[in-house]
Design a binder for this molecule. Structure first.
Ligand SMILES: [Zn+2]
Length: 143
C-alpha cells in the first residue's frame, strides 16, 4: 500500500508529496556529507517505486540551485531558505529526493541515518546512481 507524506518549506510557499509503499522504519535515510547538505543538515530519502510531486503555492519563490557537477537542481525557498529536495532530469525522465527534515510530522521509528559521501563520483556515475535510487518525479512547479 502506498502512503502519501507531505512536506514543505518553513513558510509553506514550496513543498512536496512523497508517495511510497516503504514503511518509515525501512526508509533508506542518507546524510550526504557534501558541504551543501551538511550546511542544511539535510537527510535524503527516495524510493524508485514511489512518486514525488513538488508543488509551490508561490512558484516564483522556488529557487533551483546547482553546484558541483551541476547534474541536479536543489530546491530551496527564496523566502524562508528551507531546502526541500532535489531533482535530476535525465534521458526524458525526472528523478528526485526529498529532505526528510522538511516533512510535516516526521514519521516515528525512522531508521538510523547513514553518512554517505559521493565525492569520488564522475558525472556519469552520479547520474546512473540517481536514476537507479531516486524517485520518479510526477509534478514540478516549473512544468
Ligand atoms: Zn518558504
Amino acid at each position: 500500500m502506498q502512503t502519501d507524506y507531505s512536506g514543505s518549506c518553513h513558510c509553506g510557499a514550496t513543498g512536496f508529496t512523497y508517495r511510497t509503499g516503504i514503511k518509515p522504519e525501512q526508509w533508506s535515510i542518507r546524510a550526504c556529507q557534501c558541504s551543501f547538505c551538511r550546511a542544511h543538515d539535510a537527510l535524503s530519502t527516495s524510493d524508485p517505486a514511489g512518486q514525488i510531486a513538488f508543488v509551490a503555492s508561490e512558484p516564483e519563490l522556488l529557487k533551483e540551485y546547482r553546484f558541483g557537477l551541476k547534474t541536479a537542481d536543489f530546491l530551496l525557498c527564496r523566502d524562508c531558505g528551507v531546502y526541500i529536495g532535489a531533482v535530476l532530469a535525465s534521458a526524458g525522465s525526472v528523478f528526485g529526493i526529498v529532505n526528510v527534515h522538511a516533512l510535516k510530522g516526521t514519521p516515528a521509528n525512522l531508521t538510523a541515518t547513514a553518512a554517505v559521501s559521493y565525492d569520488t563520483e564522475d558525472v556519469a556515475g552520479r547520474v546512473a546512481r540517481r536514476e537507479e535510487r531516486w524517485t520518479p518525479v510526477t509534478e514540478h512547479p516549473n512544468w
